[in-house]
Design a protein around this ligand. Sequence first.
Ligand code: ADP
Length: 481
Amino acid sequence: MRISTKLLILLIISVGLVMLIAGLLSLKQYEIALEHATRDELHAHAVTLQIALEEDYAAERVSEAQKLIDRLRENTEIYAVLLFDEKENLLNESQPLTEETLRRPPELREVLSQNRQSYTVRVIDGKRFASIVLPMRIDGKTVGAVELVKSLDGIENEILFARLYWVLTLVLLLAVIFAIVYFVLRRNLSVPINSLLKATEAVGKGDFAHQVAAASRRDEIGRLAAQFNQMAENLNEQNRAAREETENRLRLERELRHNEQLVLVGRLAAGVAHELGAPLNVIDARAEQIQNRADITPEKKQRNLEIIRSNVARITHLVRQLLNLARPFNLNIARVNLSASLKIALEQIEENAEASKIEVEFSAADNLHVKADPNYLQQVWLNIFINALQEMPDGGSLLLRAFTDEDFAVVEISDTGKGIPDEHFVYLFDPFFTTKDIGKGTGLGLPIANRIIEEHGGKIKARNHETGGAIFAVYLPLSPN
Ligand code: ADP
């Protein structure tokens, strides 16, 4: 329910209640006043009649008394006049049609014996009548009584009319109050609150330019609306600044990425040039010997040709590795037993390890299986193993561990070499990043291994052991049973 409706209902109920109570009280007062007026009027008539009758009776002018009664009956709204003697007998009645029940008022005896007047309201056949009985005295002796009866129909009608009038006034007043309060509440509460609500919704949806019209009002709502507009303006400003900042950042990031790409392309080109340059020089020199030296022996010629072929093989190998980095893989995913796959790779480096006095330790559960292409996997193991061996030319130990981590199988390959300098971690997987001498490293082993593992949905993490030596952890998706 709206606040204005609630206020309106509350106001109408409280005003209605107050008016109802006040109205009922004043109606009651009006009723009492009317009854008093009727009683006083009746009493005045009765006393006048009593004096006149007492005089007529004293002068024994009974017929005069009758006339008086008739005139009173004609000229006033008196319903009936009754005359009694001291023995309670009805002597005279103005109205022959007076009902039987009215003819002998129950108070008559008391009036005659105690010589005092009585006033009562009687209900006869559902109608109300006011009755006053007065004693008549001649020379200090009670000789009878006179009763005046007046119908209360008149005042009842008046009371009814007063009630009707009051109900109408109440309804009219409530309607006027309702209309005024409704108009005031609508203008001062509903309309501005609604415009504030609409503005809040608009700002919530991101329309910070929305302004509340109620801000021109000179009340609390006006101040609230002005504050709201100020807030929306601030938000608009902040939003614009944030958008600008984001755009700037994006632009900078784009530029940076572009620069990084340029650096990478430069390094790639330099690497390729360097790696190809050395064997091409050798090939050129040997070919030149064969071509230009007339005295070259067949053995020497044969040897030069062998050197040329081995350098061509080196170039071919390099080109194949480069292609591995660039072209999309066509993986033949199978369920690979991890420990078996690692053992095959270990066999291939066994001799080299022995030659360098490197101890190999292997601990992996037999039932670990991964989803992988077995051939590509061999390439990954070999690249990492060879790096480790190269780091330990004077002996050491190569430790292999395989375990599970959530949905992945992890193979940790750690060595006891020098470890990786902190500043090299960012370049570790970049193509052509190498710290090795010419001919020993191309800087393609780790990027190729990384690319293969990423294609499998896994990752490679490198870190140093606290006691020295590097640890390469290879994550591969597990192949459940
Ligand atoms: P390459 O072996 O031809 O240099 P890689 O991409 O395999 O190329 O390795 C890049 C570089 O990472 C290496 O030159 C070396 O500096 C560092 N690296 C790789 N493996 C290890 C390791 N086990 N210990 C210390 N450094 C390593």
